[in-house]
Design a protein around this ligand. Structure first.
Ligand SMILES: NC(=O)c1ccc[n+]([C@@H]2O[C@H](COP(=O)([O-])OP(=O)(O)OC[C@H]3O[C@@H](n4cnc5c(N)ncnc54)[C@H](O)[C@@H]3O)[C@@H](O)[C@H]2O)c1
Length: 420
């Protein structure tokens, strides 16, 4: 009975499920444990609920012996347990470790000697050692001697066709170096490159540095977008020019705000940690947060300015939002939500179109999804491109629109086309 399964993955979401597929495809025996019975039943019936996996991928996994379960008892069989549960922000803006602690309690109650426990959930530095290790040790087993403990950040970029779990290098930080050895042996079975950080805190912080770096650089170009517009400088052209520098520059592009589960949330973990432990702010994060969070209302104002050119008030005007997420159906933290809220409050008649998102509700109100894209573009008082999509022919779309506001910098210039 003991250790009869290579891996039990805890949390079958955007992170856990692709990981389970990769491990199962490499021949490892894998079980998915999740507390949500709908997710578990769906998977066992061959249905995927996330963008990066098709139903056929799940069917293939089932064919290789994978199954999902709500029975925590299966954790006893695992050689390796990988925890991929959510780490949301609580309502007061602090990290909510509830799901992570709950998962650790489930694991602790069934932990067998010799097991490797890996945390992949994004969290603030020190969580693995200070919050999770004591929970796992409550039953008497000792970390580093009786079982191994490792933090390994998930770097998945949902919807990215070039980089998936297999070819994105995997950072691991062990509680001891023997713990790291065990994780290296585990991940090397299905991931091309494994990179060892010094310890759990370094691995936790590496993830937060990556996401904070992105967050800050997006804020930088978002702030530039505002003054470049006022100075009549084409920032998109500026970025294209600057990106020809072969060293020391990485291009980031402005947009209507920052969306997704990670970039707007993770830097808070670091700034919270710095403030709580050291008593001073992480100023870069706070500034970036403020600038990026201000983009939806800036976009709303620009929409209003353009309608004004036609003598139209925002109230009663038809505003068509194009693309509420980038090539994925996950609308979490989408800046389209606060933008839509502002526009609704001011009386605009909102419509939306997105190739993947079928339903877009804001403050309990279902924004109508249009069926005929080109007809609706011609009818709307202004069409606003929030996210480009492979299926969009932006120039053709702009051509039939009365006004076309392109927040992604992809449309060809024309008198009725404005870039952010
Ligand atoms: N989605 C991403 O692109 C991404 C990228 C990098 C890191 N991360 C991080 O990975 C973690 C997981 O994110 P996700 O997007 O996969 O979340 P998700 O919401 O898609 O999936 C989490 C799953 O965990 C389950 N769950 C919750 N509590 C549980 C428990 N106690 N025991 C077992 N299962 C439980 C939920 O039912 C859900 O199915 C988060 O910390 C997130 O910040 C996510």
């Amino acid at each position: 009975m003991h250790h009869s399964v290579d891996a039990v993955i805890v949390g079958m979401g955007y992170v856990g499920l692709p990981l389970a597929r990769e491990a199962s495809a490499a021949g490892l025996s894998v079980i998915g444990f999740d507390v949500n019975p709908e997710v578990v039943d769906g998977l066992n019936q061959g249905r995927s609920h996330i963008d990066d996996l098709a139903d056929s991928d799940v069917v293939e996994m089932l064919g290789r012996g994978f199954f999902a379960t709500t029975d925590a008892g299966e954790l006893r069989r695992a050689r390796t347990i990988v925890v991929c549960v959510p780490t949301p922000l609580s309502s007061d803006g602090l990290p909510d470790l509830g799901p992570l602690r709950a998962a650790a309690v489930s694991v602790a109650a069934r932990l067998q000697p010799g097991t490797l426990v890996i945390l992949e959930s994004t969290t603030y530095p020190g969580t693995t050692d200070e919050e999770i290790r004591p929970i796992l040790e409550a039953g008497g087993l000792r970390t580093g001697t009786d079982f191994a403990l490792v933090f390994s950040p998930e770097r998945i970029d949902p919807g990215n066709e070039n980089f998936g779990p297999k070819n994105t290098p995997k950072v691991i930080g062990g509680y001891t170096s023997a713990c790291a050895d065990a994780a290296e042996a585990f991940y090397s079975r299905f991931i091309d490159t494994v990179v060892r950080a010094k310890g759990t805190r370094e691995a936790e912080t590496a993830k937060l540095l990556e996401n904070t770096y992105r967050h800050i650089n997006i804020a930088l170009v978002n702030e530039m977008a505002r003054f470049c517009h006022d100075l009549r400088i084409d920032l998109w052209d500026v970025i294209d020019a600057a990106s020809t520098k072969p060293f020391g520059f990485q291009a980031f592009r402005p947009g209507p705000g920052v969306g997704g589960h990670c970039i707007p949330i993770d830097p808070n973990y670091l700034s919270h940690r710095v403030r709580a432990r050291l008593g001073y702010p992480f100023r870069f994060v706070e500034l970036a947060q403020e600038i990026n969070a201000g983009m939806p209302s800036y976009v709303a104002r620009r929409i209003q300015d353009q309608l004004n050119l036609d003598g139209k008030p925002l109230r009663g005007s038809v505003v068509l939002l194009l693309g509420v997420t980038p090539d994925i159906a996950d609308t979490r933290e989408s800046p389209a939500i606060p933008l839509a809220k502002t526009l609704i409050q001011q009386g605009a008649e909102l419509r939306f179109h997105d190739p993947l998102v079928k339903q877009f509700a804001v403050s309990g109100y279902d924004i109508p999804r249009i069926d005929d894209l080109y007809e609706s573009l011609a009818e709307a008082d202004i069409s606003v491109l929030l996210q480009d999509h492979r299926d969009y022919d932006v120039d053709a779309m702009a051509a039939v629109s009365r006004r076309f506001f392109d927040t992604r910098g992809v449309a060809r210039p024309a008198h009725h086309v404005q870039l952010l």
